[in-house]
Write a protein that binds this ligand. Sequence first.
Ligand SMILES: [Zn+2]
Length: 89
Amino acid sequence: MTAHEDLNLTDASAGAGSCCGHAPSAAALAQTPAEEMAECQVMAGTPVVKADAEAAGLYRDYEGQRYWFCCAACGPRFDAEPERYAYAA
Ligand SMILES: [Zn+2]
């Protein structure tokens, strides 16, 4: 049994409570250093690969802090209520 074949976190999770079901694959997460990761503040608990989010425009700079989002639905939500989603200082 390999450790790589039994992960089904991508398409199958589309209706499982995430805003869009989009998240980095478990394999991608496993090889991404922690400092390259962020958590989506809009969909709390959703991991985001910073470089992927930036490449897709899924980030905002707010009060000197950068926020990365898991999908295109989260940017507008952050824009609407940035103080709600910003990190607690
Ligand atoms: Zn999202």
